[in-house]
Design a protein around this ligand. Structure first.
Ligand SMILES: [Zn+2]
Ligand SMILES: [Zn+2]
Length: 142
């Protein structure tokens, strides 16, 4: 059983699938996702910054939605910084690792093997522990 720290609220929770956030934050993220999606539907011309500002959703989260393919944005509105070079063909891609074509190619050729996802969550193991002493004493009686 894996115990991980929530990326958002730093709470410790039991890891499920590839989730990086606890169930509570997942709900918040879902709500944020809907906000972003709805806004983009009404204002398809908004870029990441405008989107983040208008919805109040953290820019990084908006970027994550785009990267994860959950939010489809006009490619001309996606900032260059979001693109990485595909290590296989050198093409610019929004995907974390390989570009769409290479992913298709690889999954066809390596059937059964999932594309490896980079997980670079900072490993903070500093856990504050509180020791509560029993400080209850008989108060002075008059
Ligand atoms: Zn959380
Ligand atoms: Zn490629």
């Amino acid at each position: 059983m894996d115990i991980v720290k929530c990326k958002r609220c730093r709470k410790i929770f039991q890891k499920m699938a590839a989730r990086k956030v606890c169930p509570e934050c997942l709900q918040t993220e879902e709500a944020d996702f809907l906000k972003v999606k709805t806004h983009l539907h009404d204002f398809p011309g908004d870029d990441v910054n405008q989107l983040s500002k208008a919805t109040g959703v953290d820019r990084h989260l908006v970027i994550e939605f785009i990267r994860g393919g959950r939010v489809k944005m006009n490619s001309s509105l996606i900032p260059d910084e979001l693109y990485t070079d595909c290590p296989r063909c050198g093409q610019q891609t929004l995907n974390v690792r390989f570009c769409e074509q290479c992913l298709k190619y690889l999954s066809k050729n390596l059937s059964g093997q999932e594309p490896v996802q980079k997980s670079d969550a900072p490993s903070q193991n500093t856990r504050t522990e509180f020791h509560f002493k029993n400080l209850i004493r008989d108060s002075d009686r008059l």
